[in-house]
Design a protein around this ligand. Sequence first.
Ligand SMILES: NC(=O)c1ccc[n+]([C@@H]2O[C@H](COP(=O)([O-])OP(=O)(O)OC[C@H]3O[C@@H](n4cnc5c(N)ncnc54)[C@H](O)[C@@H]3O)[C@@H](O)[C@H]2O)c1
Ligand SMILES: O[C@H]1[C@H](O)[C@@H](O)[C@H](O)[C@@H](O)[C@H]1O
Length: 336
Amino acid sequence: MRDLRIGVVGVGMMGADHAERVARRISGARLVAVSDPDMDRAGALAATFGDVRAIDDPLALIGDADVDAVVIASPGFAHAEQLTACLEHAKPVLCEKPLTMDAESSLRVVEAEHKLGKQLIQVGFMRRFDPEYAALKELLDSGELGRTLLLHNVHRNRTVPATFRSEMIVRDSLVHEVDVARWLFGAEITRITVHAPRPSGLVGEGVQDPQLAVFEMANGAMADVEVFVNCQVGYEVRCEAVGEKGNATIGLGVDVLTRRAGHWGGVVPDDFRVRFGLAYDLELQRWVDAVAKGTIDGPAAWDGYAAAAVCTAGVRSLQEGRPVEVEMVPRSEVLG
Ligand SMILES: NC(=O)c1ccc[n+]([C@@H]2O[C@H](COP(=O)([O-])OP(=O)(O)OC[C@H]3O[C@@H](n4cnc5c(N)ncnc54)[C@H](O)[C@@H]3O)[C@@H](O)[C@H]2O)c1
Ligand SMILES: O[C@H]1[C@H](O)[C@@H](O)[C@H](O)[C@@H](O)[C@H]1O
């Protein structure tokens, strides 16, 4: 079978990383085109690979007859239109999180895909492919720790650009824990509270960083999350699951401990591309393999919608300073 011809839309930090991955590490796939409104960026990236076209209009890339499947890594505000175009052209698409910016537009995407009668959308919740998270999921599902009661999560970035405002911390960062909690518990989040602790003095005026979120799950379990995207240290993602008979923690980063010049310790990765590099590779490879069989293998459009619904409630909670119920259309009403 011939290689899947892939086009990447949006080649900033994540898109360039995915383009490189498709071009050099994923089997059964070939990078054929990249698109970005910043044509200098797209052109320079394409030139590093050789036989790859740079196309300025993302919708033209999506409709291009020589592109079989699309990776969307544009900013979240552009996803709804680009996903809709992928569905119109019946192109399989791996879309970076968030699926779209709010619950309503995400629901429209889910409905449009459902109308086609084929799952074409996979969402880039890559933590599900991380070997540590996958091992935690397997352990919890085995029942060895009894029922899972609580999750404690830490999600820290060293710094983010000044354009990363309080709502983005919910939609772009906390959204990962939203997916992790739904996935690990196998239950929906029914209520969210996003607390606003004393903000760091090192962030832009009016930015609420850190944030402390609490999720209440449909099965009665709860999860808490510290999100701190300007923590200054490095990239840290941890998750501790507390079960009836024991607990389990991932993300301790105890890889190689070194002793040198009166200190001991290890390295804190600079960003997600290091911490989750293998997860992105596995995510892309499994997606390419699944697309070759006409399906997906990972979080679906519905998971993107559910996460968007929780984040929409989360942004309101942050703004109004109170717990907010998650409003979601029941799955059976949308997907039958
Ligand atoms: N899964 C993860 O861990 C992870 C990590 C980082 C980013 N992301 C996601 O990837 C996406 C991109 O994030 P990033 O950090 O690479 O951002 P970025 O700002 O580094 O890059 C975005 C790129 O998209 C381009 N762009 C702007 N508008 C566009 C449009 N309408 N169509 C196509 N391209 C457009 C910009 O010119 C830029 O080159 C976001 O959805 C983000 O949430 C996911
Ligand atoms: O867009 C990024 C990305 O999704 C990372 O995985 C997350 O840790 C960051 O907080 C977010 O800014």
